[in-house]
Design a protein around this ligand. Structure first.
Ligand SMILES: *Cc1c(COP(=O)(O)O)cnc(C)c1O
Length: 399
């Protein structure tokens, strides 16, 4: 039996897949099986030693003191909002250009997500726009480290401290990412990590983790993830059931050992795209993603901008050539049907709207080969009728 080659939720056979999870997992199969066997033998399916080990290693990887495992990145966000006692009448500043969970955690508690525009180069929440949206009801800010590059936490924290507003990092896509040497998750009250299979540390199902250095906040999060129960069958507060399975943690512990190496491979792939796109002049046609000075990008996604309405037809051209790509995210949150009631008070979000029309994510996973990257680039060059001096045969590694 072999480990499936395809993606997460069923993928088609591609010449160059957007993501091939099997390439990372297959070489570790024996290790996974041994880890699963020891969980099976122990019978400790919840709160087994693997969970504590992962909590410790995630805390360390995030330069924080405590890790609190939970069922998903979405739950990590929800728990952080619960621990801040967010509720009706409260406003929480979030980007609109993000995955749904960044805002649903606010909405589910009866509070109002207030959408803030992004900074066009990084795709991340714009600190200048944050300032404008703060009201006496603002009770938290959730910057997202989108695609693997940190939001400008230095600027965000300055504003937040001025107004005494807690900040929670949505670090779902950004484990090991840094700004000014500070890791994602360590630059605010707490960071929320996701182990969804497409994330840089992807599990074999759902899982999530909160990281924080605030001992009291960590204790509150632990209480809330376990029904607010302490001691057993005595409920101090109403929490939820959100646990990280030991089996899941066992798989993630195996993968955690490779995170530094896999992150470096993503960074090399980003560098190579940069060189290849530059070689054929496509850097003048597309807007390539960049690593901002002082940042350490972990490239969960390599997202280019396709200007002048060409994105969807380029994507179709790539699909015809079986080159994987994806749009993160086609409909920004402020345009989602479920948030229609927020429309009246909405600030204009021109950069968010523009990004949603232009972005296209290309394959960047660690094991992507140079030949595959050349094929991606030459396929795009072909679309634009550019004579690409890039053949698809791999050459000596330039890195
Ligand atoms: C993946 C993701 C989440 C949610 O994580 P899950 O583990 O899938 O619940 C939240 N925010 C962002 C930005 C994400 O990319």
């Amino acid at each position: 039996m072999t480990i499936a080659k395809s993606g997460v939720e069923g993928a088609k056979v591609s010449q160059v897949p957007l993501l091939d999870i099997g390439r990372g997992n297959a070489p570790l199969k024996e290790e996974f099986m041994a880890a699963f066997e020891s969980v099976l033998d122990s019978g400790r399916f919840l709160f087994g030693p693997d969970v504590f080990q992962l909590e410790e290693s995630c805390a360390a990887a995030s330069q924080t003191k405590f890790g609190i495992g939970c069922a998903s990145g979405s739950d990590a966000l929800l728990l952080s909002m619960m621990a801040l006692d967010i509720g009706p009448g409260d406003e929480v500043l979030v980007p609109s250009f993000t995955f749904f969970a960044t805002a649903s955690c606010v909405w589910r508690l009866g509070a109002k997500p207030v959408f803030v525009d992004i900074e066009p180069t990084s795709f991340n929440i714009d600190p200048a726009r944050i300032q404008e949206q703060i009201t006496p009801n603002t009770k938290a800010i959730i910057p997202v480290h989108l695609f693997g590059q940190c939001a400008d936490m230095a600027a965000i924290n300055k504003i937040a401290q001025m107004h005494n507003i807690p900040v929670i990092e949505d670090a779902a896509q950004a484990i090991l990412s840094e700004q000014n040497g500070h890791r994602a998750g360590s630059m605010s009250l707490a960071g929320c990590i996701s182990f969804y299979p497409t994330k840089n540390l992807g599990g074999m199902g759902d899982g999530g983790m909160l990281v924080t250095s605030d001992e009291a906040f960590a204790a509150k999060l632990k209480l809330l993830r376990g029904h607010g129960m302490e001691p057993r069958y005595y409920h101090q507060v109403v929490g939820i059931n959100s646990r990280l399975d030991t089996l899941q943690a066992a798989a993630l512990n195996v993968k955690m050992k490779h995170m530094a190496e896999w992150t470096e491979m993503r960074r090399q792939n980003a560098l190579r795209y940069h060189q290849l796109f530059g070689q054929c002049g496509l850097d003048l046609v597309l807007k390539l993603p960049t690593e901002l000075p002082g940042y350490h990008h972990v490239w969960n996604q390599y997202t280019v901008r396709v200007p002048r309405g060409g994105r969807d037809s380029l994507r179709k051209h790539l699909a015809d050539l079986k080159v994987g790509s994806e749009i993160y995210y086609p409909v920004p949150l402020h345009k989602q049907q479920c948030f229609a009631s927020l429309k009246e008070e909405l600030a204009p979000l021109p950069e968010t709207d523009k990004a949603a029309e232009e972005v296209l994510a290309l394959p960047i996973f660690p094991e992507l080969t140079e030949a595959e990257q050349r094929l991606v680039v030459s396929s795009i060059a072909q679309y634009y009728g550019i004579e690409a001096n890039i053949d698809a045969t791999p050459q000596r590694k330039s890195a």
